[in-house]
Structure formats: structure tokens, C-alpha cells
Write a protein that binds this ligand. Structure first.
Ligand SMILES: Cc1cc2nc3c(=O)[nH]c(=O)nc-3n(C[C@H](O)[C@H](O)[C@H](O)COP(=O)(O)OP(=O)(O)OC[C@H]3O[C@@H](n4cnc5c(N)ncnc54)[C@H](O)[C@@H]3O)c2cc1C
Length: 457
């Protein structure tokens, strides 16, 4: 029987960093990564195969990253786990034993039980090279594309399909009132909608899909308003469900959002088996309640916790903040933590600060573009709860700085006075630096609400 100290099942955003982290922390341990697909897609790059990148073959994670870090890998499907003996069985007929096991089996796209959803040319976004090549082939012959879901996946695919096919009719159907509404406050959603409509992408908001129409192949979509729209191709971009079949079969505990239940060390209900990424249960950083967020960035964070903890507790998962970024047209949109709307819904009293400035000084420097930052703080403690950014490309990195502020539970005063690096060719001037100014403005706004200590007289 083949043996490895550690086996990781899954070769994507969670499996790879879990294996590499284990090798870094425990270089004496052998690590075998088992994955079912021959070629691994860069999951977040999938929308870009429809336009910018051009094909699934150009959107792959190279195996060299495993080889370079001393991780062995096997392309096979694990079909059974015996938790007591820690032996796995694969579809290829292998039995492999280990001391520790990491489940990074990911997720599968959600397919809601809408009548007609199984018609031909309706495509959930599977992470599979040959499947996506078929989707591209169908796209090249399509006239009317309907995308269901106006979240990140839906808007990115719509824009990329427009890049590929100027003559294609593209409609996005979204049951919420705005595109990207779960992640941004209204003013940012309006901006994103404008960018999409400028590219001749029709937005059918506040509309639910009632049925897919057609004989065998999809021919149309019936909406909750009674309207029927033509469609010879449909792409579903409405979220993903944890892939837990193997874990269930092995008898591991499943959590409230149907992920594999883990503790804050990423251990499952079996202490020798860890789970991370889309397949694992999550809690919110803010209130510790179950969270259904599934992101590659979260998968990586959890994998680095699981990998380090395999032979002793070293790291603790603080829960998911939720950090998103995308680029629509020439505008970056990014968000971390709670929106103003969500914070109010959760019962927080909040203060908000916004600052917009050119990301260069003087503004005539090359690469100059506006960058807007909005920060949300809990009013009493002034601890940061969330941030949103739109404008210049540098917003994609700035949001990671904001996420670090949230993670460290920094206050508005901490952010207003922390030491930044600025440069004419790289950032806004220190006088108008957006992050610091948004915090200052929130503090100024807080005086209107506050009973905090102030200078007498
Ligand atoms: C179109 C699209 C765009 C996205 N864009 C972004 C983005 O911009 N930013 C972001 O943060 N997130 C994005 N995401 C989400 C991101 O893709 C996921 O969060 C991420 O892929 C999760 O990684 P994972 O390793 O947990 O799971 P997966 O990527 O689902 O990988 C699961 C792995 O497990 C393997 N596996 C499963 N079962 C078995 C078995 N029985 N035996 C062997 N191997 C098995 C699979 O073969 C695969 O290698 C996007 C998702 C999609 C679909």
C-alpha cells in the first residue's frame, strides 16, 4: 500500500496552499496531493477565458508550483476514506495510507430547481477544461445570451462575452434590485450598472427566472414579471455549494451551511482530518455566525491555517471578512467586510466617511485616475467594520490594506494616524490620501452623534 505522511484531496485554491504550507512548516513530512482533474483551472480566471484570455488552456495553474515545493501529486478520484485506519481508496484502484488528511474538495455550481433548467445550452460554471471549451464553442454560435445572476461571476462573464462578441445580445437577470448588491452599497452598484449598460449589456433587475423555455434546447426565459425573453444560451452565475459527498460518506460532521464542520484550527470532527476552502464550513469574522461565503482568497487563508496546524496547533481562523474585487470597464470595484446597508441591518449604529482623490500628485502625472474610498465604523468604539473602493486599479490592492485594518479591529483614529507611504507617481498626495481622509471624515461625522469626551468650553 502506498503511504504519505500527509494527503491533501483537492488541487485548487485550497489544496495547493495547504500542501505547500505543510511542506514549509514540516519539511520532514511527505505530502501527496490527489486531485481528480488532469489540468487545474485558475478558478477566478474562468470569466476571462470568454474574452481577454481566450481559452481554458490559457488559464491553468502550472504543476511546477507543486514540484518546486516538494509536493507529490496523483491524478485520481478519491472514492472512500476509512477514518479509523486513515486509508483512502481511489477510483483508479489505489489504497493510500497517511497520518493526516486535508479535505480541499471545493464546491460545485448551484443549479436551482427551476423548470427547464436541464435543457441543452444552459451552463452552470463548472471548473472543468473540456466543459468550458464546449461552452465557448456554443457561445461562438449564439445570438441571445442570458446570464442568470448579477454578482461578480455574472458581471465579469457578461463583460468578457461582450469583448469576444460585439454582435451578441447579452442580458443579465437578477432577482435583487441592483447588480453586486450583496457586496456594495447602492452608489457603487449604480456605478457598476452604468459601466455595464455602456457596453450594451441589458440588466433585468428585480426579476426572477420562473422557467426556461424551449424544446430540448433552450429558446427563451420566462421571468416573474410575466415577460419572456429570447435565449439560445444561458449561463448560470448564482453561487456554489460545498462538495461534501466524500466527507459525508466518511461520517464527518456537516455544518449549518452544509459545509464540512471545522473548528477554528480547521480540524473536522475527526482530529486527524482537516478541511479548508469551499468545502469547509465558515463563520463570520463579525458575529461568529455561519457564513456561506466562498472565495479563493478565503480558501488560501484557511489552507495556510490547516497546513500549519497539521502536527500541532499554530494558527487560528478568526472567521471570514469577505474581500471582493473586480474590474468593470476601466473601473476597479472592491469591498471588504460589512456594507453600510448590512451593518445597519445587523443593528450596528455606524459612522461613515468617504474620500475621493486622484491617485497621483500632481494630477497630471501619468496613470492618474480618481479613487474613491468609503469606510464604515461602529459609532461608539469607532472600530472599522467595512470598506468599499472604486476607481483606479490600485483600489484592488488598497482593499487588502482595508481588510488588514478590519482584521486588526483598527479604529478610525488608528487609520487616520497610521503611517502611509506616498509618492507622486504611485499614490494620492499625503494631504488627500483617501484611506486616511475617509477615516478623518468619519470621525468628524461622529461628533454629530457622539457623547464621547471632548475639550470643554
Ligand atoms: C467563475 C468563477 C469566478 C470566481 N472568481 C473569484 C474571484 O475573482 N476571487 C475569489 O476569491 N474567488 C473567486 N471564485 C471562487 C473560487 O473559485 C473558489 O472559492 C475556489 O475555487 C475554491 O477553491 P477550493 O480549492 O476550495 O475548491 P475548488 O476550486 O472547487 O477545487 C476543488 C478541488 O478538489 C478536487 N476534488 C474534489 N473531489 C475530489 C475527489 N473525490 N478526489 C480527488 N479530487 C477531488 C477537484 O478536482 C479540485 O481540484 C470564482 C469562482 C468561479 C466559479
Amino acid at each position: 500500500m502506498r503511504k504519505a505522511d500527509v494527503i491533501v484531496i483537492g488541487g485548487s485554491a485550497a489544496g495547493i496552499p495547504a500542501a505547500i504550507t505543510c511542506r514549509r512548516h514540516y519539511p520532514e513530512k511527505s505530502v501527496l496531493l490527489v486531485r481528480s482533474e488532469k489540468q487545474v483551472l485558475i478558478p477566478c480566471g474562468i470569466p476571462y477565458i470568454f474574452g481577454t484570455v481566450g481559452s481554458p488552456e490559457k488559464n491553468l495553474i502550472p504543476d511546477a508550483v507543486l514540484e518546486k515545493n516538494g509536493v507529490d501529486f496523483l491524478v485520481d478520484e478519491v472514492i472512500d476514506i476509512d477514518c479509523d485506519s486513515r486509508v483512502l481508496a481511489t477510483a483508479g484502484g489505489e489504497e493510500i495510507g497517511c497520518q493526516r488528511l486535508v479535505l480541499a474538495t471545493g464546491s460545485v455550481p448551484m443549479v436551482p430547481p427551476i423548470p427547464g433548467v436541464d435543457k441543452e445550452n444552459i451552463f452552470p460554471m463548472k471548473k472543468d477544461v473540456s466543459y468550458l471549451q464546449h461552452v465557448l464553442d456554443v457561445l461562438d454560435g449564439a445570438s441571445d445570451l442570458v446570464i442568470v445572476g448579477c454578482g461578480f461571476i455574472g458581471v465579469e462573464i457578461a463583460e468578457e462575452c461582450r469583448k469576444r462578441r460585439k454582435d451578441l445580445n447579452i442580458k443579465i437577470v437578477e432577482m435583487l434590485r441592483h447588480c453586486l448588491q450583496l457586496v456594495y452599497d447602492e452608489e457603487f452598484c449604480f456605478k457598476a450598472e452604468e459601466v455595464l449598460m455602456d457596453q450594451d449589456i441589458d440588466l433585468l433587475l428585480d426579476e426572477k427566472v420562473e422557467a426556461f423555455l424551449g424544446d430540448g434546447k433552450v429558446e427563451g426565459v420566462k421571468l416573474s414579471s410575466g415577460r419572456e425573453i429570447e435565449a439560445d444560451m444561458v449561463i448560470m452565475g448564482i453561487g456554489a455549494a460545498a462538495n461534501t459527498g466524500l466527507a459525508r460518506k466518511a461520517g464527518l460532521e456537516i455544518g449549518p451551511t452544509r459545509g464540512i464542520q471545522v473548528n477554528r484550527y480547521m480540524q473536522t470532527s475527526d482530529e486527524n482530518i482537516f478541511a479548508c476552502g469551499d468545502c469547509a464550513e465558515k463563520v463570520s469574522f463579525f458575529d461568529g455566525k455561519p457564513s456561506g461565503l466562498k472565495l479563493a482568497s478565503i480558501a488560501g487563508m484557511e489552507a495556510r491555517i490547516a497546513g500549519a496546524n497539521l502536527f500541532g496547533p499554530q494558527r487560528v481562523n478568526m472567521g471570514v471578512i469577505g474581500v471582493f474585487s473586480t474590474m468593470l470597464g476601466d473601473t476597479a470595484f472592491a469591498a471588504a467586510g460589512l456594507t453600510e446597508t448590512l451593518a445597519r441591518e445587523k443593528g450596528y449604529t455606524i459612522i461613515v466617511g468617504e474620500a475621493e482623490a486622484i491617485n497621483r500628485h500632481p494630477g497630471g502625472m501619468s496613470g492618474a485616475a480618481k479613487l474613491k474610498v468609503k469606510l464604515i465604523f461602529e459609532a461608539g468604539s469607532r472600530v472599522i467594520l467595512g470598506g468599499q473602493v472604486s476607481g483606479a486599479r490600485s483600489g484592488g490592492e488598497l482593499i487588502n490594506g482595508i481588510s488588514a485594518c478590519i482584521h486588526q479591529r483598527m479604529t478610525a483614529d488608528d487609520i487616520a494616524t497610521f503611517q502611509t507611504g506616498t509618492h507622486p507617481a504611485l499614490t494620492a498626495s499625503p494631504i488627500v490620501y483617501q484611506l486616511v481622509n475617509a477615516a478623518e471624515i468619519a470621525i468628524a461625522n461622529s461628533w454629530k452623534l457622539s457623547t464621547r469626551w471632548r475639550m470643554p468650553g
